[in-house]
Design a protein around this ligand. Sequence first.
Ligand SMILES: [Zn+2]
Length: 84
Amino acid sequence: MISQKPMLENRRPPYDGARTACPACRTLARTVKTEQLTEIVREVTYRCSNPDCLCSFKAQITVIRVLHPSLCASLPDALSPIRR
Ligand SMILES: [Zn+2]
């Protein structure tokens, strides 16, 4: 008889979007809303998951540098290399 290895448990919680720490109490804050402001800037609204805090705040995610150019599209002007 062939023994089978038990399946590994998935120990990570399910991904529920970008998360960050609350700036007030450092508890995990969850994404409430996101809005694309420009081609390279996204604004994210977070709410602290600590029921004694419930702080709500906004953050921005910005593309700051391209590590490898796209193989199928051109970059927005804000990310184009400076030509001298
Ligand atoms: Zn908090």
